[in-house]
Design a binder for this molecule. Sequence first.
Ligand code: G4P
Length: 528
Amino acid sequence: MKQLHREVARRRTFGIISHPDAGKTTLTEKLLLFGGAIRLAGAVKSKKAQHATSDWMAVERERGISVTSSVMKFEYEGYEINLLDTPGHQDFSEDTYRVLTAVDSVVMVIDSVKGVETQTKKLMEVCRMRSTPIMTFINKMDRDGRSPLELLDDIEQTLGIEAAPLTWPIGMGKDFKGVYDLRKHELRFFVPAGAKSALPKETVLVSGLDDPLLDELVGSADADSLRRDVELLAGAGYPFDIDRYLQGSQTPVFFGSALSNFGVQELLDTFVLLAPSPRPRAAESRMVSPLEEGFTGMVFKVQANMDPAHRDRIAFLRICSGRFVRGMKVRHHRLGKDIQINNATIFMAQDREGVEQAWPGDIIGIQNHGTIKIGDSFSTDHAPLKFTGIPSFAPEHFRRVRLLDPLRSKQLEKGLKQLSEEGAIQVFRPLLSADYILGAVGPLQFEVTMLRLKGEYKVDAAYEGLGICSVRWIAGGSDAPRFLERYAADIAKDIDGDKVYLVKSLWGLEHVQESFPNLDLRTVKEHR
Ligand code: G4P
């Protein structure tokens, strides 16, 4: 089927990772402008809605925004690009991690003043687990930041990945003049909007770094400094190697300023050329190639509908192979049932459109009433299929839920079950008590959970702190039965009924590991 090959080859599905304030929103907006998906800058997100999280309306609004901007699809130079938003901007949730399991590559934004920051590090760990190719954009070159060599060193040391610059900055901050394209030997100049500058607006080709035109255009001091840097790079840096990029062990680096729309087009042009098209996906029994004619897909995200009166939820399904057509009957493998997908939606920058057909790498949203969970696999074929690689991470924050109105316990159970199926929080039930223990990757999730319990399930509850610092999934081992008996009071079940050890202190965890050498404890769990 030639069309399938063509559609796969021209698709790019990616996410942007960054620490808050590095410029993800600004870059997203500029990319969408190039794709013609939005006409006005400033349309992607209202910052105010992101910050205000303490009242119910704001949470609703934020969810509204995150539903419509979850997947931004645009076309550029004949490529179909799906940009998946990595949510949890001010805070962190598992959702953020899971979205990264649905992309084929990422763009990492780094603030030139701050270098690599904590959130980027965490997100990078997820990329490393899957060897996701990463392209880097060092942003805010119009500010006085760290030296470019120092920034590359930071990426290499902190993130453990080779950094191979494709452009190199000339000056920075007020003296930022532009970039030198190391492969094409082109100079592109930075002329901020409204500023008077003698620098040419168009790209200038030089014969190499020895070209005297370079001195003429940027001055001898900057020209010499560029020559020195490039010489240093030739000796100590990494030359760009596409295979190493595609394996996730090297990141090509661009320098620019998203706000001034400088360096963004080079990034996009290089991205569509080099970034991988939809890659094969691992299922339990085999690898699924995107070029297989039979349709397959997996759900990586579930989100409640914006209208709290309806319990509808949207499951976000990534197409892994074949063609999807509206009204298609597919096998829901976890339930062992066929379902018909009539109401799929595709997400544009602002609107959703009904989908008639979609291809590998595309994301479709399916309305459902709770029959679809994160990790569910679908296919036209009935042969058993279970995509792997959608993890749950051991939460780092915990609260016990105290129900204020004991007559609402059924609603509490239902609410927590549904919220945990969406992946916002994890719920644990200790074996020896009737408590609900909530775990989250970021503490903001507790606030959101409480507001939604009240708003959607009419449950009044409060939180109590408790002395748990982490959990470990108990995956087996010959010492497991002995451990479960001895530590029964510290064991709970997660939403799937899998047993976890509630870790009270890291010291205690070490002690357990020493006392039970054949106990398999895990920080990550794959969804079944
Ligand atoms: P985020 O989504 O990663 O959190 O970052 P966002 O794009 O919202 O950018 C964070 C701040 O950094 C914004 O300023 C934005 O204007 C600024 N910024 C982004 N790119 C550049 C750049 O290339 N150069 C400079 N100098 N600044 C940049 P803000 O004042 O927090 O918000 P706003 O009021 O401008 O929206």
